[in-house]
Design a protein around this ligand. Structure first.
Ligand code: TEU
Length: 560
């Protein structure tokens, strides 16, 4: 079995993890200093968000040198030490591969914009525009047009993200060669794989057709024209054949807009090109698709929808491909604030969500701080926010649309990416022990109660519960290989499923509500000869003729 099917991945946003030189910015030595903590948790793979040289317009996802470490994070020697220390502990490291675009300070782009006949011109996507306007109505993920006019050569260049992240032209074989060469550089250093940023955006629709308008929006996210494009599989197969197939690596492709069927194509056991993907269907559960900017909207989410989406992916990939299992990362609000209840049942609901992620079939991803139940933050001023997407949104909503600052900040509190980017909370010291300097972004005031030091001292903390879930994955093969079957499909509060393999069966019961729920036992549930493996409340080993689940109560039974 591929090693990464039994792994648990811990995602580190390095700028906010741990600062060892007092500049207020997390660094590589800070990660090395915390490896014992991560080993105690039990995660065996670290996904390291970009640490490459970058002007940091988009949190390092705007790379100006793929083979150099951003000075604020340290040196290549610091990186080599981190990798060696991880390997010494039997841990593995996957890097963030950002090759849909570079920084506008990358030498390729600096050259490309010098002249229309520069040898690097067609490393990027240029267009003359139409009567002084952008070539089409494509919008950037970060607001406004996806085309920026470059007066030096009187043409527009494409940027699906910030204006300082020009899209690479993957039609150009020289671009692909350079990427494969860079990937080989990192794999030959001993890196154990990649998380592939926006990897299914590489192939754009020929001719850049207009996006189908949605309402009165001038610019529209043209996902139908840049997701899973006509040559994408060709590129990924070439990347797999030229580079990835030569190493024993974990690759996870960030792939919004992918169906389970396409997910099988990308991750197929034998014909696939990636180990797994991050699908996004469940990331829109609490968004209103009819909202002018859906990702900033916030509506109640449906457990029935979560069951439908999760079951589709579990069923489609069982025995065919492989799932990643995540509900949070550096781009979305904190797990317990978004899908749990961070006011009345923070600990219980954080444990319930962890139980959900760690008992499905696939590789679970823990985002830094979720293991101690860190929550969203509510800064009172836009001055305290750092994310380019958030700042663009605030400017557009308040200064262009005339929306009140309070209303816009409320939307940012609910959905802003900085919710996940406040410094890791190590202890109750100033700045949560993250830095002795001034943090690049303010610390969440919750650190006085929510911090690693307190979690390690509390045997009932979320941290030790995560550790137990990870331990169970190692001692019960049914968690890795068992078939998923949804039960009680129509229950409005309880998400229940089994995992079945050879002689073992897992029964998972999750009360995703504030209600106390009683279920007949065994009723529709599997045979009652069970062993209670894990619970987030003190629970009876063997239920009687019925079973009661308290608010956000989770239980895992093993039926031998
Ligand atoms: O995020 C990609 C991204 O934001 C889109 O895939 C979006 O999530 C999707 O369309 C659903 O709305 C990656 C990185 O994770 C993010 O931090 C970067 O800002 C972005 O790419 C650009 O590199």
């Amino acid at each position: 079995m591929a090693w990464w099917k039994e792994s648990v991945v811990y995602q580190i946003y390095p700028r906010s993890f741990f600062d060892t030189d007092g500049d207020g910015i997390g660094d590589l030595r800070g990660i090395t200093a915390k490896l014992d903590y991560l080993q105690t948790l039990g995660a065996d793979v670290i996904w390291l968000c970009p640490v490459y040289q970058s002007p940091n317009d988009d949190g390092g996802y705007d790379i100006s040198d793929y083979r150099a470490i951003m000075a604020e994070f340290g040196t290549m020697a610091d990186f080599d030490e981190l990798l060696a220390e991880m390997h010494q502990r039997g841990m593995r490291l996957i890097m963030d591969l950002v090759v849909n675009h570079t920084s506008d300070e990358h030498p390729w782009f600096v050259e490309a914009r010098k002249s229309k006949d520069n040898p690097f011109r067609d490393f990027y996507i240029w267009h003359p525009g139409k009567e002084g306007e952008p070539p089409n109505n494509w919008g950037s993920h970060f607001g406004g047009s996806a085309w920026k006019y470059d007066p030096g050569t009187e043409e527009y260049f494409l940027h699906l993200f910030s204006e300082r992240q020009p899209d690479l032209n993957w039609e150009n074989p020289r671009v692909r060669e350079q990427v494969y060469d860079m990937m080989t550089f990192w794999l030959d250093k001993g890196v154990d794989g990649f998380r592939m940023d926006t990897i299914n955006m590489l192939s754009k629709a020929p001719g850049f057709p207009e996006a189908s308008a949605r309402g009165s929006e001038r610019y529209v996210l043209a996902e139908e024209h840049f997701l899973n494009g006509p040559r994408l599989l060709e590129y990924l197969r070439e990347m797999h054949e030229r580079v990835l197939s030569k190493y024993d690596v974990l690759t996870v492709g960030e792939a919004p807009g992918v169906s389970p069927e396409l997910g099988v194509t990308y991750t197929h056991e034998t014909e696939g090109v990636l180990s797994m993907i991050f699908q996004f269907e469940h990331m829109a559960l609490d968004s209103d698709p009819s909202h002018p900017t859906p990702k900033w909207s916030k509506v109640p989410w449906s457990l029935a929808e979560l069951k439908r989406i999760t079951s589709r992916w579990q069923d489609a990939l069982h025995g065919q491909g492989w799932n990643s299992l995540y509900l949070s990362n550096h781009d979305v609000p904190r797990l317990v604030s978004r899908f749990g209840n961070d006011r009345l049942y923070r600990v219980e609901s954080a444990k319930l969500l962890a139980t959900f992620l760690h008992t499905l079939q696939g590789t679970p991803y823990i985002y830094q701080g979720d293991e101690i139940g860190m929550t969203n933050v509510q800064f009172s001023s836009i001055e305290d926010y750092r994310d380019v997407d958030t700042l663009n949104f605030y400017r557009e909503q308040v200064h262009q649309q005339g929306q009140s600052s309070a209303e816009t900040l409320a939307m940012i509190h609910a959905k802003g990416r900085d919710n996940a980017r406040t410094p890791m909370q190590w202890n109750t010291q100033p700045n949560a022990g993250f830095t002795t300097g001034t943090p690049w972004i303010r610390v969440n005031p919750s650190h006085t109660e929510i911090n690693v030091e307190a979690a390690l001292q509390d045997p009932d903390s979320i941290f030790w519960y995560y550790r137990e879930l990870i331990r169970l994955r190692r001692t019960h093969p049914v968690i890795v290989s068992g078939r998923y079957d949804l039960i009680l499909p129509d229950h409005p509060q309880v998400y229940a499923y089994t995992r079945t393999a050879e002689q073992q069966q897992l029964l998972v019961l999750l009360n995703f509500s504030l209600d106390t729920v009683t279920l007949p036992w065994p009723g529709e549930l599997p045979s009652p000869s069970t062993q209670l493996l894990l619970a987030n409340y003190l629970a009876p080993q063997q239920p009687e003729e019925h079973l009661t689940l308290r608010p956000y109560e989770a239980r895992v039974y093993l039926t031998c």
